[in-house]
Ligand binder design. Structure first.
Ligand code: TMP
Length: 217
């Protein structure tokens, strides 16, 4: 539930499925319609949340326990929600976020195998019933995601981060957890096939936005 004036749209999926490109497509489309838009990402979005992002993604010699990782993502999320997302939505600005809480259910719940049930009490303590109005899930095979991460990091001469260093079955569990979330909440989720061309995916997204909010946008 989102009780605020602005709408809240999130983009989810395993890496390399085209989320970031389509985030810009959505923002441009809404701006064309004179809707005030803000784009952001998780973990991150505020200085403290970005500092927590560095901690959670940097590969250091000390291992991070799965539950510590879970807490760090929710600490970053609460900063992001209180200091950026909520004030923007209250003003009527539409917020588009590259990842939000579904990522925790998929990565920590599925990937790290903590399970959804374990996360729920913390989730409700932090966010209550707050939820995105619409979530686009960029779905595609784990092998494709891994290949794209490697190619991108090689091109930019950067190391894999702590999470990107995980193996294929980790990403497959995340993919399956995301699909389970989408099945549980079919009204909120729109699942997109990342094997389609960028143009086809953009068209599908715009069609979905028009169908959902029609004359509202
Ligand atoms: P990205 O923004 O470059 O995709 O990096 C964020 C990484 O953090 C990505 O591997 C997904 C992961 N992540 C989680 O494991 N749990 C979370 O709750 C969030 C928001 C991200």
């Amino acid at each position: 539930m989102n009780p605020f004036l602005g709408k809240f749209i999130t983009l989810e999926g395993i890496e390399g499925m085209g989320k970031t490109t389509q985030l810009n497509v959505i923002a441009d489309y809404l701006k064309q319609k004179n809707i005030p838009v803000m784009t952001t990402r998780e973990p991150g979005g505020t200085p403290i949340a970005e500092a927590l992002r560095k901690i959670v993604l940097t590969d250091t010699s000390e291992s991070i326990a799965s539950k510590t990782e879970l807490l760090l993502f929710y600490a970053a999320r609460l900063q992001h929600y209180e200091n950026l997302i909520k004030p923007a939505l209250e003003k009527g600005t539409w917020v588009i976020s590259d990842r939000f809480y579904d990522a925790t259910f998929a990565y920590q719940g599925g990937g790290r195998e903590l399970g959804f049930e374990m996360i729920l009490p913390l989730h409700h303590w932090v966010l209550g019933e707050f939820s995105p109005d619409l979530t686009f899930l960029f779905d595609g095979p784990a092998e494709l995601s891994i290949a794209r991460i490697q190619a991108r990091n090689l091109e930019h001469k950067i190391q894999n981060d702590r999470i990107e260093k995980e193996k294929g079955d980790f990403f497959e569990r995340i993919r399956q957890a995301y699909l389970a979330l989408a099945r549980q909440q079919p009204k909120r989720f729109c699942v997109l096939d990342s094997a389609k061309s960028k143009h086809e995916v953009s068209q599908e997204i715009i069609k979905h936005l028009d169908e959902k909010w029609g004359k509202g946008i």
